[in-house]
Design a protein around this ligand. Structure first.
Ligand code: ZN
Length: 429
């Protein structure tokens, strides 16, 4: 299996390699990015003096708000060079536009090529893509390009529609599926209702996107376990975003997503934008390498993760990223406890009576956070409410307020207009 040489190098060598690419990147931004050229002037940054990764920390971070307010000022190329336009959901409401040049699309294909190889891919694989290729979305196209580069097969079924998914599995005999893990639960339910023996299908592995599969110790979380107990397939977790244009993908050992140092510089920052100590979780902050259209410098993703440097049995020595503990903006202070929505999702995913849900957070009249769980259930009862609250107390020490709703009402809340993925967290603060 192909592993880029730099991904087998020592930590110092990787740092040196990334530092060797800094001057080129900073000059490129200074000459081509209206946003960064004035940002450097505004903050008195002499780019010629930034030579090491430590020096890089002298440049202030780029936030999502800056990107949203100055969107097209981040563009470094003439419009005629742009091929693909993408949007991401912005934190201030308006979507942010991203642009990809021919070279960016090639870089993205390479990124997915090494990522799918990392997740055990080979030319004999056939991937069933259960994600959208359009709707201004980057991921579907990226997966397709990466798989094509491996020389593996693809069947582009798109999201949803379990019946069409199983029809394609039967006809094409794919070896792997690419999907959000919560959709695998839907596939399992469909298979059970329609007497399909999942373990006799051609599927051997799932590349999972968008939702965490593991706890912080890398054991499977509730969602991961619910899949594993019904379907004997190998699960690979991945973490990526449009802004990063890079994926962190697990290898067969499942101990965090491998960093590709030739694609991206990663820092882990605290609330004051200072690096966290080794072993502490921090906000993933990225600097793209090799991006032509809209490269980002020290961009704060909002995701809080742990990271690890011990070498992996697969032969890669690169840093590994743990599951997303939560989003910085979604941190909740509830009854003296700090928590993030994923921890609550993990508990709710474990309760069979809860068919779907939305977690709503608001500020109460004493200025602290209140959590309201709107739960879609078929038969609401006092006993069920008590059982759910007991689960919460056992796992996170506190029990949020609970409101039972009809399953279709929650479905409507989860898919407001233009939403591509279900909304399970509503922040009213
Ligand atoms: Zn590995």
């Amino acid at each position: 299996m192909f592993i880029p040489e730099i991904e087998k190098a020592g930590r110092e060598e990787i740092t040196k390699y990334q530092e060797s690419r800094l001057p080129g990147l900073l000059n490129y931004l200074n000459e081509n990015s209206p946003f960064y050229s004035s940002f450097f002037v505004q903050h008195n940054i002499e780019i010629g003096k930034i030579k090491t990764l430590t020096d890089l920390a002298e440049i202030p971070v780029t936030t999502k708000e800056m990107l949203q307010k100055n969107n097209m000022d981040f563009l470094c190329v003439d419009r005629s060079k742009i091929i693909d336009y993408i949007t991401t959901s912005g934190t201030l409401g308006e979507p942010v536009t991203f642009t990809m040049t021919e070279n960016d699309l090639e870089r993205l294909a390479y990124n997915e090529y090494i990522s799918f190889l990392c997740a055990g891919g080979s030319p004999t694989d056939i991937y069933q893509l259960m994600v959208t290729m359009d709707r201004r979305f980057m991921a579907g196209l990226a997966y397709f390009s990466g798989i094509r580069k491996i020389g593996a097969g693809v069947v582009r079924v798109g999201p949803g529609n379990p019946e069409l998914q199983f029809d394609s599995i039967r006809r094409v005999q794919p070896t792997s599926i690419v999907t959000v893990p919560s959709f695998i639960i839907k596939l399992i339910e469909f298979a059970e209702e329609n007497k399909i023996d999942l373990n006799k299908t051609s599927i051997k592995k799932a590349i999972c996107i968008g939702e965490a599969l593991r706890n912080n110790d890398f054991s499977l979380n509730t969602l991961g376990n619910r899949i594993a107990e019904k379907w004997n397939i190998q699960l690979f977790s991945t973490y990526a975003s449009t802004e990063m244009g890079t994926a962190f993908t697990e290898c067969e050992y499942g101990i965090g997503g491998h960093h590709h140092p030739e694609m991206i510089i990663v820092e882990f920052l605290d609330d004051n934008d200072k690096p966290v100590k080794d072993g502490e979780p921090g906000e993933v902050t990225i600097t793209n390498l090799g991006v032509e259209g809209m490269p980002l410098l020290r961009f704060k993703t909002g995701d809080i993760c742990n990271h690890y440097y011990t070498p992996c049995k697969c032969g890669r020595t690169t840093m590994r990223l743990g599951p997303v503990i939560g989003r910085k903006k979604q941190m909740i202070k509830f009854k003296g406890t700090t928590l993030y929505p994923p921890a609550m999702c993990d508990i709710l995913n474990d309760i069979k009576e809860v068919k779907n849900y939305v977690i709503e957070v608001s500020t109460n009249n004493i200025g602290t956070d209140d959590i309201l769980l709107k739960l879609g259930v078929e038969v609401p009862s006092k006993e069920l409410e008590k059982m759910i609250k007991d689960h919460f107390r056992a796992r996170i020490r506190v029990a949020p307020f609970i409101q039972f709703e009809k399953v279709d009402e929650i479905q409507k809340l989860q898919f407001p207009n233009l939403s591509r993925k279900p909304v399970t967290f509503i922040d009213k603060r």
